[in-house]
Design a protein around this ligand. Structure first.
Ligand SMILES: [Ca+2]
Ligand SMILES: [Ca+2]
Ligand SMILES: [Ca+2]
Length: 265
């Protein structure tokens, strides 16, 4: 599969050279059909959403999201439940969450999270079962955790983690054993490891690695054997390798590689 997709992109690039089409951020939408969606740039349409099955005739514009030569600039493609999710700007609503089934009529803005011309700038879009979760700013609560199943009604802020207008700035969403682990700041514990199953009840800090308001800056997430490996800082050990299975008791430093307060990283 990996080899086929590589060949597919080489093929698209060759088309691009001929037509002035520049390809970036590709994503295979329906693996059974081996159809790939990507951001392509052309003078007539700007940077818009395209699809390809690897042939010239099968390489077409899906939708001119920002009509005319303006650019919809679709970014961060993620698939959930046979839908492709991404952020884009139609020129009227700002950067908001969009979805596509690969057809023009099946491509639409999911929700105007930041109402009006301002964008909510969905970022860190991650798949969680049939949902996608991401950070977005509705203009009132700051950048917080949102999830969506593809309609305006089911697109909602899961939790105002940093209560009030400041954002918790959730990022690095990584799925482990059916939950998303991520970094956020609730303005009480500093930047620490959090988890969500997409519901308010299932959203909580995993572990206050650097106790109190000090940050542990959990980052560089790698998934292995149902565990999240990451680096984090505490006052005693410096920045070292940690692991988490999404529970407090399953979250601990793997090894104090660089002994003492100096970190290994
Ligand atoms: Ca908006
Ligand atoms: Ca907030
Ligand atoms: Ca802390």
């Amino acid at each position: 599969m990996r080899r086929f997709l590589l060949m597919l992109f080489i093929s698209i690039s060759a088309i691009g050279v001929a037509s002035g089409l520049h390809v970036s951020q590709g994503k295979t939408l329906k693996t059974s059909f081996l159809t790939s969606c990507f951001r392509g740039h052309s003078a007539a349409w700007g940077q818009e959403l395209w699809r390809s099955d690897g042939s010239p005739e099968g390489t077409t514009l899906i939708r001119d999201i920002n009509p005319g030569s303006g650019s919809g600039q679709p970014y961060q493609f993620r698939q959930a439940d046979e839908q492709l999710y991404f952020g884009a700007d139609d020129g009227r609503h700002g950067f908001e969450l969009w979805r596509s089934d690969g057809t023009a009529s099946g491509t639409s803005m999911v929700a105007d999270i930041n109402p009006g011309a301002g964008g909510s700038f969905p970022a860190g879009i991650a798949t969680l079962g049939k949902k996608v979760c991401f950070g977005a700013d509705d203009g009132n609560s700051g950048r917080e955790l949102w999830c969506s199943e593809g309609t305006g009604n089911d697109t909602r802020m899961v939790m105002d983690i940093n209560t009030g207008p400041k954002g918790s700035n959730p990022r690095y969403f990584t799925e482990v054993e059916g939950v998303l682990l991520f970094e956020a700041d609730d303005n009480i514990h500093g930047r620490e490891l959090w988890r969500t199953d997409g519901t308010p009840e299932g959203t909580m800090i995993v572990y206050d690695i650097n106790p109190g308001s000090d940050n542990s800056w959990p980052s560089n997430y790698t998934k292995t054997n149902g565990l999240l490996l990451f680096r984090a800082t505490d006052a005693q050990h410096g920045r070292e390798l940690w692991r988490s299975d999404g529970t407090p008791e399953g979250t601990y430093m793997v090894k104090d590689v660089n002994k003492g307060v100096s970190g290994a990283f």
